[in-house]
Ligand binder design. Structure first.
Ligand code: GDP
Ligand code: IMO
Ligand code: MG
Length: 440
């Protein structure tokens, strides 16, 4: 198993952090390949007093709590140096050794203060035009940083190494950014020297972690290392395959792994999709199965559906199999992990969307264009729910038959095996003997 990828199959927050943490003991390296501090990956473990401890990772890969694992932030990530340094300090304060275990790509692009300033101004302007025009971004500077990367005006980690080069690049970049901030958005301009001083200090603190991570990964693969690639966000937020423009600016889908890490596709042999047992979305954009009802509120409260990065309430709805079939196609999932099944206890009946009605016809095709997706009407299959609390169940046979049928329905519709079922936030709340039992 050289490279496995863990990918969010919906709109993010599927529980990727928990699953990556859980699989980490089976691998040597965990590597993030895209996104930035817009991600919030939660890991929960039982502490010695019998309570729960929680950590939300934004940039550091979710393998960091396993000391034998090396973590890589790949070239495809946009790195906020302050955010990563703060995160490293927080991890160290738990007694976890990070030095020598975290590698940051020299080619990763940096989030600069003007990225956040421009994003805030753009979002404000879009919201002023109409509430629906705003994307509802996380405000972490992601879009403008990837814009600069594509425009070939970005500043990379490697540029921090020489102060004069950094100063020159920044001066050139800021001339344009300040004109945009001042003249278009009527916002205060930023000072080059202050930014250079701040980023030079970051360089001194980040230097030991920086390396050619593609070379490191390829050499490690040559020596039979096992790599787990950790996607952030979700497939339906992909820049190309999501409902543009209500997307993020990177590629969470499988292809992003190769370009974001510099590993060849021939090394990938497992693509694990993470699917929440229902759907959530943060920010704006089409969401066919959204429940703006008491049932939606119930999912939000019981599921704790509030953003791990921004604290915003997540929009909640029924499981959308049309959308899941599409992301399974685009990513080539050869296995699924279904998370948060415990949250569905007590909801009876359950609904899952199996078709869309659009322009008088029904279809199983997922239209990724936002205009069309906004107009589809979900057609549901109603399935019996179960009352029991399932959060202590450890074996698939001990789940209520209705819960097993729910899983079997998903497997059959998608023609993808479910390999893991998560029934609570803790590491111990996982069912691994799934395959033969859903078939039973
Ligand atoms: P990620 O961004 O995909 O890593 O997911 P988030 O961490 O943003 O959101 C998932 C939330 O659900 C976190 O609060 C997790 O602790 C929690 N969680 C993960 N799996 C389960 C599960 O099976 N059941 C319950 N109840 N909570 C879960
Ligand atoms: P994880 O990795 C859920 C959403 C934002 C917004 C859109 C664009 O925790 O699953 P951006 O700041 O990326 O330009 O915002 O994408 N978004 C996420 N939603 N989980 C995430 O990450 C997200 N990262 C971005 O809410 O709708
Ligand atoms: Mg999250």
């Amino acid at each position: 198993m050289p490279v496995s990828i863990v990918i969010g199959s919906q709109w993010g927050d599927e529980g990727k952090g928990k699953i990556v943490d859980l699989l980490s003991p089976q691998v040597d390296i965990v590597a993030r390949y895209q996104g930035g501090a817009n991600a919030g990956h939660t890991i929960v473990w039982e502490n010695q007093e019998g309570g729960d401890d929680e950590f939300v990772l934004h940039l550091v890969p979710s393998g960091i709590f396993h000391e034998r694992v090396t973590c890589v932030i790949g070239n495809g990530v946009v790195l906020d140096p302050k955010a990563v340094l703060d995160e490293i300090e927080k991890i160290k304060s738990l007694g976890i050794d990070v030095e020598g275990r975290l590698k940051i790509s020299h080619n990763a692009h940096l989030i600069m203060p003007y990225h956040k300033a421009i994003e805030a101004a753009q979002e404000e302007e879009r919201a002023a035009a109409s509430d629906d025009d705003a994307i509802g971004t996380t405000g972490r500077g992601i879009g403008p940083a990837y814009t600069d990367k594509s425009a070939r005006t970005g500043i990379r980690v490697v540029d921090l190494l020489e102060e004069e080069v950094l100063r020159q690049k920044l001066r050139r970049s800021l001339e344009e950014k300040n004109a945009i901030l001042r003249d278009i958005y009527d916002v205060e301009a930023l000072d080059v020297d202050r930014i250079v001083d701040e980023y030079v200090e970051f360089d001194q603190r980040i230097d030991d972690y920086v390396t050619d991570t593609s070379k490191y990964l390829c050499n490690s693969l040559d020596q039979d290392a096992r790599v787990l690639a950790e996607g952030a966000q979700g497939s339906l937020l992909d820049l190309d395959f999501g409902s543009y423009p209500y997307v993020t600016s990177s590629h969470p889908t499988a292809g992003g792994c190769c370009t974001g890490l510099g590993v060849p596709p021939t090394e990938i042999d497992r693509v694990l999709g993470i699917a929440k047992a229902y759907c959530t979305r943060v920010g704006n954009g089409p969401f066919p199965t959204e429940l703006e009802t008491e049932a939606g509120e119930r999912l939000r409260q019981k599921g704790g559906e509030f953003g791990a990065t921004t604290g915003r309430p997540r929009r909640c709805g029924w499981l959308d199999l049309v959308a899941l079939r599409y992301t399974s196609m685009v990513n080539g999932f050869n296995e699924l992990a279904v998370t948060k099944l415990d949250i569905l206890s007590g909801m009876d009946p359950l609904k899952v969307c199996t078709q869309y009605r659009y322009d008088g016809t029904t279809t199983r095709r997922f239209p990724s264009e936002a205009q069309t997706l906004n107009r589809v009407e979900p057609i549901y299959k109603t399935l019996p729910g179960w009352e029991q609390d399932i959060s202590d169940v450890q074996h698939i046979q001990d789940l209520p038959s209705e819960a097993r049928d729910y899983l079997a329905f998903i497997e059959e519709y998608l023609d993808v095996d479910i390999g893991l079922v998560s029934n609570g936030p803790r590491r111990s709340q996982i069912i691994t003997d799934v395959q033969h039992a859903t078939a039973a």
